[in-house]
Ligand binder design. Structure first.
Ligand SMILES: CCC/C=C/C(=O)SCCNC(=O)CCNC(=O)[C@H](O)C(C)(C)COP(=O)([O-])OP(=O)([O-])OC[C@H]1O[C@@H](n2cnc3c(N)ncnc32)[C@H](O)[C@@H]1OP(=O)([O-])[O-]
Ligand SMILES: Cc1cc2nc3c(=O)[nH]c(=O)nc-3n(C[C@H](O)[C@H](O)[C@H](O)COP(=O)(O)OP(=O)(O)OC[C@H]3O[C@@H](n4cnc5c(N)ncnc54)[C@H](O)[C@@H]3O)c2cc1C
Length: 666
C-alpha cells in the first residue's frame, strides 16, 4: 500500500512538467546522435548481468579487483563482437561505472603517445595499444613529488655506446607512486624522468618502458612493482590498481623516448623542436578537459538521487492529508536547486571546453601556439572549480537525503568516495587555481604593453569601465537580464584581479608576493572561473534551443546558478562595490521566485539526464520512486542478515550477556 503511494508521487510529479523532456534529453546529451549512442550503451550495460555492481561494498579487495578485470575483459569482448565505434566503446566503459586500468590505458597512455610521440612512434605503438596487445599507464607522480613536476627524480641517462637510456630510481622518494593501472595490470608505462646526456640534466621527458612480460606478466628485470594499498571507502576507487614502481638501471632503446618536444640524436645531442616545451604537460591538459565533463555527470547523478528522493520523502506538516514532501521546504530547495543548476552549467561549460581543446589542438598542428596559455588556464581553472563544487555537492546531496543517504544502497557514499580524488588527481585544485592566477596577473601586467587579452580574458580590455561601472539593477526583474549578470561577474573578477595585481606590485620579488598573497590569488582565480561558467551558460542560451518550454527552464537554471553564486560570495561583490546591499536583497527575492518556478519541473529536469537505475545504483534515486520496500530488500541482502543469530554470538555475546545476568542477580 505504502509502496504504491511512493510510486504515485513520482508519476504525479512527472505530470507537472512544463517543458518537452525529450528535447531536454537531447540538449543534455549534446545532440541527437550523442543521445542515441548514450541511451543504447546505457541499456546494453544495464541488461548485462556481468556488469552487476550492487555487491561492490561487500567484496574484499582481491575479489573486487578480479571482478573489475572480469568486467573490463567482458566489456572488451562486447566492443569487439558488436564492432563498436570509439565513441560507443567509450560510452560503454563509462556506463560500466567502475574505475579500472582501462581508464588510464585509453585516457592517458594512448593520448600521451599521440601527443608526445613522433609520427614513427605513433605508428609503432598505437596499433598495439588500440588492440590491447599491450596495456599502458601514465607514470609521472612519485612518492616525493606530485604537484611539482619539475621536481621529479627518476633519471633517464643516455648511454651512447649502446644507444640506450638507463632508467633509474636513485632514491626512495623517486619511486613512482599512484599511477592507475600500474599496480597489477599494465605491461607498459609512459614514465616521466629527467633526461640526462653527457652528465647534463635536460629536464623531464616521457619514455615508453615495458614493465611486465607479455608471456607470463612477470615484472621484467630491474622492475620493482606493486599496488599502493587500499584507498578511501569500501569498493569505490579500490577497483583501481594504483601502483608503485622502482627502477634499478632498466635499459630501453633510444627510440622509446617520446621525441615530439625534444630529440636525442644517436650521438647523444639534445635537440629542442620548435613546439613549446609545455606540450610535455599536454596530456594533463587533455585529461583536465575531460574531467570537467565528468564533473557534470557525477553532480547530475547525485542531484538526480537527491531530487527524486526529496519528492518521495515526507516529514511534518500536512499536504492533502499526507505529510509535506521535503522538496517543498524552502531550505531543501535553496540547497538542492543551485546544485541542479550547477549540473547543467557544468554540462555546457564542459561542451565549450571540449571545443576549446579541439581548437587549440588544430592550431598546434598548424604551428600556432598562441592560444596554449589560455587553454592551460581554462582547463586548469575549470577542472579545479567543477571538481571542488561537485565533491562538496555529493556530500550535500547525502545530507539532503537525511539518514538513508548514509546507506551504501543510496549510492551516495560510493559516489563520494570515487569522486573526491578528482580534487587532487590531474593537479591539486589549489595548485591549479594558482596557475590561473599567474595567467591573470600576467595578462593584466601586459595590458599597457599593447598585448591584447584573448578568449575568456577579453573582458579585461574594458578594464577602465569595469572598475567603475555601477550594477544596472533597479528592480528585481533586472536580475533576470543576462547582460546585467555577466557584466557584474566581469566587474567582480576585474576588480579583484586589479586589487591583487596592485598588492603584488608592492613586493620587490614577485615570488615573495605570490607566496604571501596566495590565498587572495586563489579567490581571484575562482572569481574568473565562475565568470567563465556563467558566460558560457548565457552563450548557450543564445543558441537555437528547440523544444517547448526548454529554453525557459534553462533560463531559470542559468539565473539560479548565477544568483546563488552571488549569494554565496556576497562578500566579494559587496567589498568590491559591485553591488549594494539593496541589490543583494533583491537578488535573494528573485532566487526564491526562481525556486518556485523550478519546483514543478524538478523531477523532469533530473529525468532529462536519462540515467538508468543500473547506472544510478541508488535505491533512493529509483526512477519509480519505490524507495521503502527496496530499502528493505537491500538490507536483507547484507551478509549480516544471512543468519538470525550472528557469527560470534557464542564466543562474544553470550558470555557477556550471561555475566550481566549474574551481575544483576548479585
Ligand atoms: C583520471 C585519474 C588519473 C589521474 C592521473 C594523474 O593524476 S596524472 C598526474 C597529474 N599531475 C599533475 O597534474 C601535476 C600538476 N603540476 C603541474 O602541472 C606543474 O607542475 C605546474 C603547472 C603546477 C607547474 O609547472 P612548472 O613548475 O613547470 O611551471 P611554472 O608554474 O613555472 O610555469 C611555467 C610556464 O608554463 C605554463 N604551463 C604550466 N602548465 C602548462 C600546461 N599544462 N600547458 C601549457 N602551459 C603550461 C605556465 O603557465 C607558465 O607560463 P608562463 O607564466 O611562463 O608564460
Ligand atoms: C586516485 C588518484 C589517482 C591518481 N592517478 C595518477 C596516475 O595515473 N598517474 C600519475 O602520475 N599520478 C596519479 N595520481 C597522483 C596525482 O596526480 C597527485 O597526487 C596530484 O598531482 C597531487 O600531487 P601531490 O600528491 O604531490 O600533492 P601535494 O602537492 O603534496 O599536495 C599536498 C598539499 O600541499 C598543497 N600545495 C602543494 N603545492 C602547493 C603550492 N605551490 N602552493 C600552495 N599549496 C600547495 C596542496 O594544495 C595540498 O593541500 C593520482 C592520485 C590519486 C589520488
Amino acid at each position: 500500500m505504502e509502496a504504491e503511494a511512493a510510486v504515485d508521487y513520482l508519476v504525479d510529479e512527472r505530470s507537472k512538467a512544463q517543458f518537452d523532456i525529450d528535447a531536454m534529453k537531447i540538449i543534455w546529451a549534446g545532440g541527437k546522435h550523442e543521445f542515441e549512442v548514450s541511451d543504447r550503451m546505457a541499456r546494453l550495460v544495464a541488461s548485462d548481468p556481468v556488469f552487476r555492481k550492487d555487491n561492490r561494498a561487500i567484496l574484499d579487495r582481491k575479489e573486487l579487483f578480479k571482478n573489475t578485470l572480469r568486467k573490463a575483459a567482458h566489456a572488451w569482448k562486447r566492443i569487439i563482437e558488436l564492432r563498436l565505434s570509439e565513441q560507443e566503446a567509450s560510452k560503454l566503459r563509462f556506463f560500466v561505472d567502475e574505475p579500472a586500468y582501462t581508464d588510464l590505458h585509453w585516457g592517458m597512455f594512448i593520448p600521451v603517445i599521440k601527443g608526445q610521440g613522433t609520427e614513427e612512434q605513433r605508428k609503432k605503438w598505437l596499433p598495439m595499444a588500440y588492440r590491447m596487445q599491450i596495456i599502458g599507464c601514465y607514470a609521472q607522480t612519485e612518492l616525493g613529488h606530485g604537484s611539482n613536476v619539475q621536481g621529479l627524480e627518476t633519471t633517464a641517462t643516455f648511454d651512447p655506446e649502446l644507444d640506450e637510456f638507463v632508467i633509474h630510481s636513485p632514491t626512495l622518494t623517486s619511486s613512482k607512486w599512484w599511477p592507475g593501472g600500474l599496480g597489477r595490470a599494465s605491461t607498459h608505462a609512459v614514465v616521466f624522468a629527467r633526461l640526462i646526456t653527457d652528465g647534463k640534466d635536460h629536464g623531464i621527458n616521457g619514455f615508453i618502458v615495458q614493465l611486465r612480460s607479455l608471456d607470463d606478466h612477470l615484472p621484467l628485470p630491474g622492475i620493482i612493482i606493486g599496488d599502493i594499498g587500499m584507498k578511501f571507502g569500501n569498493g569505490a576507487y579500490n577497483t583501481m590498481d594504483n601502483g608503485f614502481l622502482r627502477f634499478d638501471h632498466v635499459r630501453i632503446p633510444r627510440d622509446q623516448m617520446l621525441m615530439r618536444v625534444k630529440q636525442v640524436t644517436r650521438e647523444g645531442k639534445v635537440v629542442q623542436s620548435d613546439v613549446p616545451w609545455q606540450l610535455l604537460y599536454g596530456t594533463m591538459v587533455y585529461v583536465r578537459q575531460t574531467i570537467v565533463a565528468d564533473a557534470s555527470c557525477a553532480l547530475s547523478r547525485a542531484v538526480c538521487i537527491a531530487t527524486r528522493y526529496s519528492a518521495v520523502r515526507r516529514q511534518f506538516g500536512s499536504q492533502n492529508g499526507h505529510e509535506t514532501q521535503v522538496i517543498d521546504y524552502r531550505t531543501q530547495q535553496s540547497r538542492l536547486f543551485p546544485l541542479l543548476a550547477s549540473a547543467y552549467a557544468f554540462r555546457f561549460v564542459g561542451e565549450w571546453l571540449k571545443w576549446l581543446y579541439m581548437d587549440v589542438t588544430q592550431r598546434l598542428q598548424a604551428r600556432d601556439f598562441s592560444t596554449l596559455p589560455e587553454a592551460h588556464a581554462c582547463t586548469a581553472g575549470l577542472k579545479s572549480l567543477t571538481t571542488s563544487v561537485t565533491a562538496d555537492a555529493i556530500e550535500e546531496c547525502r545530507k539532503l537525503c537525511g539518514g538513508h543517504g548514509y546507506l551504501c544502497s543510496s549510492g551516495l557514499p560510493e559516489l563520494f568516495a570515487v569522486y573526491v580524488p578528482a580534487c587532487t588527481y590531474e593537479g591539486d585544485n589549489i595548485v591549479l587555481l594558482l596557475q590561473v592566477a599567474r595567467f591573470l596577473m600576467k595578462t593584466v601586467s601586459q595590458l599597457g604593453s599593447g598585448e591584447r587579452p584573448v578568449g575568456t580574458t577579453t573582458y579585461l580590455l574594458r578594464l577602465e569601465h569595469l572598475l567603475q561601472c555601477p550594477c544596472d539593477v533597479q528592480g528585481a526583474e533586472d536580475w533576470l537580464k543576462p547582460d546585467v549578470v555577466v557584466q557584474l561577474f566581469e566587474a567582480r573578477s576585474a576588480r579583484m584581479t586589479v586589487a591583487c595585481a596592485k598588492s603584488l606590485s608592492k613586493f620587490s620579488k614577485p615570488e615573495d608576493g605570490f607566496m604571501d598573497l596566495s590565498a587572495d590569488l586563489v579567490s581571484v582565480a575562482t572569481a574568473h572561473c565562475q565568470l567563465i561558467v556563467v558566460s558560457k551558460f548565457v552563450e548557450k542560451l543564445q543558441q537555437d534551443i528547440p523544444g517547448e518550454g526548454v529554453k525557459q527552464q534553462l533560463e531559470a537554471l542559468c539565473s539560479i546558478y548565477a544568483l546563488s553564486l552571488l549569494k554565496k560570495h556576497l562578500g566579494d561583490f559587496l567589498s568590491t562595490s559591485c553591488i549594494t546591499s539593496k541589490q543583494a536583497s533583491l537578488a535573494n527575492d528573485v532566487l526564491r521566485s526562481l525556486y518556485s518556478q523550478v519546483r514543478p519541473n524538478a523531477i523532469a529536469l533530473v529525468d532529462a539526464f536519462n540515467y538508468t537505475d543500473h547506472f544510478l545504483g541508488s535505491v533512493l534515486g529509483r526512477y519509480d520512486g519505490n524507495v521503502y520496500p527496496k530499502l528493505y530488500e537491500e538490507a536483507l541482502k547484507d551478509p549480516l542478515n544471512e543468519s538470525v543469530v550472528p557469527d560470534g554470538y557464542h564466543e562474544y555475546l553470550q558470555p557477556v550477556l550471561k555475566q550481566r545476568l549474574r551481575t544483576a542477580r548479585l
